[in-house]
Design a protein around this ligand. Structure first.
Ligand SMILES: [Zn+2]
Length: 662
């Protein structure tokens, strides 16, 4: 192979790897292999500088500009008309149906990032310009070249101008701010500002270090192409075929009803995405109709943006309630004047702990900002420091347990206040609730309110008592009829044979969550073996340190715990032994699962790995053999790539276990 051929080969390989990783989110080679190819290309180009082309992946790294030059857009970038309500949307649609006899719409998430225009000539990226005022922007080609989701060379040699949105994933934004905080640098207010700040660096090597990506949403074909797309949807699919990253949530809708449903769905689901979206762009699909409808002075008539209600709202803090957790930790909860946030009415929000209250200086009666992020429970993020705030009394943490009245204490090196009374009713109920929860014994139908009733009516004093309950006991609870009494009774009986790991989790041993419980159950096989294990034997297990080992050892030395276990046994609680491996294929291999899998849950995948003789771990290290990366895989994948761990897709994994009886 001559040098030119080799260079072309390397460029193609690297471009394809970039495409798989950054556009399809589906890595094809390890970081190590990638680096090797890249180093070879760089060396060959160094020896033959005349062979360097602008589409070479080596051209993605740093250069320094003195300033950005203004550039007049060849095709104007219009704004979009906004609407915040569905009636406006329906009116707009009715007009289209009536005047143009057109029905089909396309819905796309409106990404909260920076709009840019990319120019490709004969398939090669030549220029990238910011939106600016829509008529003139700034040429930031060198910075855009560092973004690997932007192809330098397309799969077909077409000439096209593409618009899209540059964004920073939420997880990368958080990581960047964490680093900036550590280095005493300024923090970015939101992912959008972080993306803008990263993009407008005169030194593009800084841009290269920031994790930026891009979704493309408009194509203007400037040269001849075969079978040009006739609709917006087709044009987006065409962009995808050319190698551009498009947002996978684009949807073709038959009518306004479907489009409105799309808006409603995403108003709720948007918090689960790893990028910020502030609305939905709705376009008439048919290009011919678009052309007929035309533009106003600032916006196309054939498109509109439905804006989501804000993720942050203000309301009044009416009170601070306190709850007691299973460890006795006292948790403050904000009681709010009910307010609409992210599609639901919010009347309670988290305040984490009393340190947080002090830090925010929240006082009862204050106006507060609440925010709904990926988590389900909204939280109070800041207060409005108006004059009244300073006239209100400073909030004082309670000194007595809200449930039993015992004095509260701080535990060493912890921010939480604790109720240390072993007989505290709230604490006991929380413990039993945890016992019955999905994470532990997974007792369906027996939730917190049932447990509180059972406790207050004197039917149960601890989790063991659940197994002594009869159907008649349940029938004496408020609003419980025969059928639901039967279901509850049945669910408790079924839980008797949950796997050993679940029972171990249910014990609520300090520092032993479901992961650790799983590892220990696997290693020792039976409860007897765990009870008899020495601190040394326990701490020899990977992932179990000395402190955890001591906690476990101590738990099984307390007479009340041994009595509880004897009692459970007598009541017929007999945990199923851990899954045994039926094959040896994965012997000595450690897998890490990340992201969402399509064909199974992560628990199911773990079980299959165990049956194949392998192990799973929750964290990536140099001992990790494989990472199985599902959709929206995050930091574990990044770490794995850095360490050169082999990345498997779900399909790869399915191929590895093909034909096995798992
Ligand atoms: Zn208490």
């Amino acid at each position: 192979m001559d040098i030119l051929e080799r260079i072309d080969f390397l460029k193609d390989e690297i471009n394809r790897a970039n495409y798989k990783y950054y556009v399809e989110d589906n890595p094809s080679i390890s970081d190590f292999e990638y680096d090797k190819l890249f180093a070879e290309l760089k060396e060959l180009e160094g020896q033959n500088p005349l062979l360097i082309t602008p589409d070479s992946p080596t051209q993605r790294v740093g250069s320094i500009s003195e300033k950005f030059f203004p550039y007049k857009h060849k095709y104007r970038l219009y704004s979009l008309d906004n609407t915040y309500n569905y009636e406006d949307l329906e009116d707009w649609y009715d007009k289209i149906v009536k005047e143009y006899n057109e029905q089909e719409l396309v819905c796309e998430l409106k990404i909260d990032g920076l709009a840019i225009a990319l120019t490709y000539e004969n398939g090669v990226f030549v220029r990238g310009v910011t939106r600016g005022d829509g008529i003139t922007g700034e040429d930031i080609t060198n910075n855009l070249k560092t973004i690997k989701a932007i192809p330098l060379k397309l799969f077909k040699p077409v000439s096209v101008e593409v618009r899209g949105e540059i964004y920073m994933p939420k997880t990368s934004f958080e990581k960047l701010n964490e680093e900036n905080l550590k280095n005493g640098e300024k923090l970015f207010a939101n992912p959008r500002n972080a993306a803008a700040g990263s993009l407008r660096q005169l030194d593009s090597s800084i841009t290269a270090k920031r994790d930026l990506s891009m979704f493309c949403y408009t194509a203007i074909f400037t040269g001849q192409i075969e079978n040009p797309p006739k609709t917006h949807y087709e044009s987006i699919m065409y962009l995808k075929d050319l190698g551009f990253k498009i947002n996978p949530n684009i949807r073709l809708c038959k009518n306004a009803k479907e489009a409105i449903q799309y808006c409603k769905d995403w108003d709720e689901k948007r918090f689960d995405l790893n990028y910020a979206t502030d609305g939905v762009v709705i376009k008439v699909n048919n290009f011919a109709v678009q052309q007929e409808m035309g533009f106003t002075s600032r916006a196309p008539k054939w498109a509109t943006a439905f804006k989501f209600p804000p993720e942050e709202v203000t309301t009044t803090l009416l009170d601070i309630e306190t709850g007691v957790g299973k460890t006795g930790a006292i948790t403050p909860v904000a009681i709010l004047e009910p307010v609409q946030l992210g599609g639901s009415t919010v009347a309670r929000a988290s305040l984490h702990n009393f340190d947080e209250i002090k830090r925010l200086d929240v006082r009862i009666g204050d106006k507060v900002f609440i925010k709904k992020a990926a988590e389900i429970i909204p939280k109070v993020i800041k207060i409005i420091e108006d004059e009244e705030h300073y006239n209100r009394p400073v909030y004082c943490a309670p000194q007595k347990c809200p449930s039993c009245g015992a004095d509260l204490h701080f535990h060493e090196e912890e921010v939480n206040l604790y109720c240390d009374n072993p007989d505290c009713p709230a604490k006991i109920c929380a413990k039993i609730e945890y016992w019955a929860s999905k994470e532990a014994m997974d007792i369906d139908n027996v939730g917190p309110s049932i447990i509180e009733q059972l406790y207050s009516k004197g039917f149960i004093k601890n989790a063991v008592d659940l197994y002594k309950l009869t159907m008649q006991d349940f029938m004496q609870l408020d609003l419980v009829k025969e059928k639901s009494a039967f279901n509850m009774y049945n669910a408790i009986q079924e839980s008797k044979t949950r796997p050993l790991a679940k029972l171990l989790t249910a014990f609520s041993i300090r520092n032993v969550g479901k992961e650790t419980a799983g590892v220990i159950a696997n290693e020792f096989g039976t409860l007897e073996n765990i009870i008899n294990a020495s601190v040394e034997e326990l701490s020899n297990i990977e992932g179990v340190g000395g402190i955890i080992a001591q906690d476990i050892f101590d738990f099984f030395r307390r007479p009340e715990n041994i009595n509880m276990i004897e009692e459970l046994k007598a009541l017929g609680v007999e945990p199923a032994p851990p899954v045994q491996n039926t094959y040896d294929d994965f012997k000595g291999l450690t897998f890490v699962l990340t992201g969402t899998l399509q064909n199974m849950t992560r628990d199911e995948a773990s079980e299959k790995i165990k049956k194949m003789g392998g192990k799973t771990s929750s964290s990536v290290s140099k001992n990790t053999s494989y990472i199985i990366a599902g959709e929206n895989a995050g930091s574990k994948l990044d770490k794995g790539l850095k360490l050169g761990v082999i990345i498997l897709t779900e399909d790869d994994f399915l191929n590895m276990i093909k034909g096995k009886d798992l």
